[in-house]
Design a protein around this ligand. Structure first.
Ligand code: GCW
Length: 848
């Protein structure tokens, strides 16, 4: 798979000069990933500049604050460049003046500022000031100015008309943070974009250039806080050396209005503080936290606060002393309150040693069971941070019942931007449509309208705090995949305004990042919007959650991995049926945690929406969905459909060849081709597993039938030995062959009709080695390739099953097909099958 090409795709044209060089890039070494390579690049947008009668000159700043200066100074040359573009066209002078409302009152009291701009809000207005055409950007405060300037830039990049510009905007919620799961050693938990931009070998990095770039990106979409270290293993970060390093990170982010937060280990007083307890109610522990917090604020006066993972997945917590999360949170909150800091206490607290045989046991219940009784017991600067679903960032879950269970506590919703369970950035999955579904979900608390977006904004239950936290996990290659950056962008935009739609956010991002013409815009928008449903369709079904290896990679298919263990991500399938009974009447009672109207909907089979059916109910394979289809037939149909949709993504992208940057085109093309192949691995795993489990055939006769497939285990093998793949469903019919010598081969004699074929070779690309393959017909090599992608697992399974397709191969009966695999010791060139498809039946996944 192509790696890292995107970083090199920088194009020096007007808009890049405008954003990337004129604004900031001079300060950055050429090799670093910069914000203009994410979306701040202002490629020419669609259509023509329709606002050419402006002669934009450098903005005048009314204040001297660092944040305001950052926003303003950065724009100067950019607007001059805009002027160059407009040269020769009919134009007149227009000035830009930026400042806080207070500064405007002092200098230009005649400007009719709105009197009620909320914190961090702004007003952009075209008017006449001192006889000159002027665009005023007035912020409620410094951050408001900065966000207003970024809004103006966004409009510039989309070529909005300025003549009548009149915009008022303010964030929907005060907490708009990203969380990074960076470890002290420079790795990033669940990060797929390379090593940490913050840390290296147990220290804060010397060069924090990329941190400033990241902060600029975050500021451009209104994010105002960044928690830089993993919630796991957080204890060392409170030591002296770390705090000094963290202060440098805070300095790098401060000009962009992004405040530093850190994760803390609740056992720190014992682990690094020399106390013999971390009991939150122990006076020595309280004093330790208070002193530590004072120390932090000496170094970082605008420190944002702490995030806490406690009593969860092995992390220590207050339960060790019989204390509650409120006891622990409040000790930290007391220490932080005098300085204006907050505690984000994660509700991700559950027992990962549940008894699978106990039909009442249910991990989904945990957050509500633990936190609902504590409602009202948290101090005002504590915010309970709740994952959007009751389990764990699955491709589809109902919304967490806890959102409606805390009326007297501030809440933040935690989303995952990094695609841990959504294809780990190797698959294109634009998550905004899923987030929108969650944000818009009306929980009907107190039988009135209480959509999640209003609860977390503090509106539904009247709290001043609340917001959204996105687990981002960027690395030195940002998210490691160019199109995945749309998710980071969308997160920020939704935290600012959850009423934006997923498709309009997609359009904004495409225009700013990829540019191109209307076809590019519409095609990529369609692709982004189709990508989450497609992923859902080939990875799981009807609310079972992602049927992945949940005790391992969280990537490829492994259906039994979720069952028979204490982790509680069960789907409880057997020969008779599938699903978790979470009803009050006969199941775990989880459905009853929702307010009555929602509880009623999920309690009954008839009113539970099909897409969450198996999250709430256990049903026979022959149970009929609202569509009239049986569950098992749906499993077959939707996985064939999902794989086809994945192939369609590649086909759509292929139509953009020549219309966008060639390196970006090729990078994404290779990724989508891989994704289409991996979707087939997913499809086959799930379909053959449940075919065997249910014993019910596919009405459409696809499950278990692969007419064009030649299995490796049926071939004439030289050096290869037959292997039972684990889990069995990850290989065609459960078997593959593996090379125990240096060079091995598998041969088949073709006996079908003559014709042109695309021939897919399905092999396993293991870590850490590089196997080599050659596919030949009658001894003549048709394709040769190296299996050198970075995929999880050192054993052949669905994590690393990949396909290479040789196209338009002419075959006649009697031809000998041969795959030769060269093992390098650590990658034994394992092979699953070859699959022949008539080239005329233009397989969408083959589009190039
Ligand atoms: O889903 C799990 C992840 C862990 C993560 C944990 C959490 C940081 O697999 O990597 O740990 O959630 O959210 O705490």
């Amino acid at each position: 798979m192509a790696k890292g090409c995107f970083a090199a795709s920088k194009k020096i044209d007007f808009y890049v000069v405008f954003a990337g060089i004129a604004l900031f890039a001079a300060a950055f070494p050429a090799h670093a990933q910069t914000a203009d390579e994410a979306w701040l690049k202002y490629l020419p947008a669609i259509g023509t500049v329709n606002d050419v009668d402006y002669h934009l000159t450098r903005p005048r700043t009314l204040g001297t604050g660092e944040i305001e200066q950052a926003g303003a100074s950065s724009e100067l040359t950019g607007f001059r460049e805009y002027d160059k573009l407009a040269r020769g066209l009919n134009k007149s002078n227009t000035y830009i003046v930026i400042g806080t409302a207070a500064e405007f009152h002092k200098t230009f009291s005649q400007v009719p500022l709105p009197s009620d701009l909320p914190p961090e809000g702004y007003w952009i207005k075209a008017l006449t000031l001192d006889g000159k055409k002027t665009i005023v950007v007035a912020g409620a405060d410094d951050r408001g100015v900065l966000y207003g300037v970024f809004d103006l830039i966004r409009r510039l990049s989309q070529h909005d008309a300025f003549a009548k510009i009149d915009v008022r905007s303010a964030p929907a919620m005060p907490i708009r943070w990203v969380d990074e799961w960076d470890n002290a050693n420079g790795t990033v938990e669940r990060g797929y974009g390379g090593p940490s931009i913050f840390f290296d070998h147990g220290h804060v990095r010397d060069d924090l250039t990329q941190v400033s770039e990241y902060a600029r990106l975050l500021a451009s979409v209104g994010i105002n806080g960044c928690n830089v270290n993993n919630v796991n293993g957080a204890a060392p970060f409170l030591t002296d050396e770390w705090l000094h390093g963290l202060a440098r990170i805070a300095d790098a982010m401060r000009p962009w209005g992004v405040r530093l937060a850190i994760s803390v280990d609740i056992a720190s007083p014992q682990k690094i503080g020399g106390l013999n307890t971390f009991d939150p109610l122990d006076p020595a522990v309280k004093a330790w936290w208070a002193a530590k917090v004072n120390e932090i604020y000496e170094l970082i006066p605008d420190f944002a606060g702490f995030t806490v993972k406690a009593d969860s997945e092995g992390a220590p917590g207050p339960a060790s002393y019989g204390r509650s999360p409120a006891d622990a949170a409040n000790v930290l909150a007391t220490a932080l309150a005098p300085h204006g800091g907050v505690v984000l206490y994660r509700a991700f607290v559950y027992n990962n040693h549940l008894d699978y045989n106990d039909l009442k046991a249910d991990r989904a219940r945990a957050a509500y069971d633990i936190f609902h009784p504590l409602d009202g017991k948290f101090l005002p600067n504590v915010i309970v941070q709740i994952k959007e679903g009751p389990i764990d960032f699955q491709a589809q879950e109902p919304v967490s019942s806890l959102f409606a269970g805390l009326h007297n506590t501030s809440q933040a919703m935690e989303l995952q931007i990094t695609q841990e369970y959504l294809g780990q950035q190797r698959h294109l999955v634009y998550i905004a449509p899923m987030w929108k579904w969650v944000l818009d979900f009306d929980l009907r608390a107190d039988s009135r309208s209480t959509p999640v977006k209003e609860i977390i904004a503090g509106k539904s239950f009247d709290h001043p705090l609340g917001g959204m936290v996105g687990v981002s996990c960027v690395g030195r290659d940002w998210l490691g995949s160019p199109l995945a950056m749309a998710n980071l962008y969308a997160f920020g935009r939704l935290a600012w305004d959850p009423n934006l739609s997923a498709d309009e956010i997609a359009r904004e991002w495409i225009q700013q990042t990829i540019g191109g013409n209307v076809q590019v815009l519409l095609t990529l928008e369609r692709m982004l919007m189709q990508s989450w449903p497609a992923y859902l369709h080939y990875t799981g079904f009807l609310g079972t959650q992602t049927l992945t290896d949940i005790t391992g990679s969280h990537y490829g298919p492994n259906i039994e991995a979720s069952e028979h263990n204490g982790w509680g991500q069960w789907h409880r399938d057997d020969a008779s049926g599938i699903g978790m009974d979470r009803t009050v009447a006969t199941g775990t009672g989880f459905a009853g945690q929702y307010p009555p109207e929602i509880a009623k909907m999920y309690e009954s089979l008839a009113s539970t929406p099909d897409d969450l059916l198996l999250f709430f109910h256990h049903v026979p394979w022959t149970y009929k969905l609202h569509s009239g289809k049986t569950v098992i037939q749906y499993v077959y149909d939707i996985h064939y459909q999902g794989a086809q949709e994945a192939a369609q993504l590649g086909a759509e992208w292929a139509t953009l060849k020549g219309k966008i940057d060639p390196k970006l085109f090729e990078d994404v093309r290779a990724r989508l081709e891989y994704q289409a192949g991996h979707a087939i691995v997913w499809r086959d795993a799930i379909v053959q597993y449940f075919l065997k489990e249910s014993g019910i055939p596919d009405m459409n006769n696809r499950a278990g039938h692969f007419p064009g497939r030649l299995e490796a285990e049926d071939a004439r093998l030289t050096g290869y030995t037959v292997l039972d793949v684990d889990p069995w469903e990850d290989a065609s019919r459960g078997k593959a062959v593996t090379c125990s010598e240096k060079t091995c081969s598998a041969e088949w004699t073709y006996s079908g009709p003559a014709g042109h074929f695309n021939i897919a070779v399905q092999c396993f690309d293991l870590q850490p080695g590089t196997a080599r393959f050659t596919f030949s017909v009658n001894g003549k090599p048709a394709a040769t390739w190296a299996a050198d992608a970075a995929l999880p697992s050192r054993r052949p399974n669905g994590d690393n099953s990949t396909r290479y397709t040789a196209r338009d191969i002419i075959l006649k009966p009697g031809d000998v097909l041969r795959v030769e695999g060269v093992s390098d010791g650590s990658d034994p060139a394992a092979l699953d099958y070859v699959e022949l498809e008539p080239a005329s039946r233009a397989n969408l996944s083959t589009a190039q």
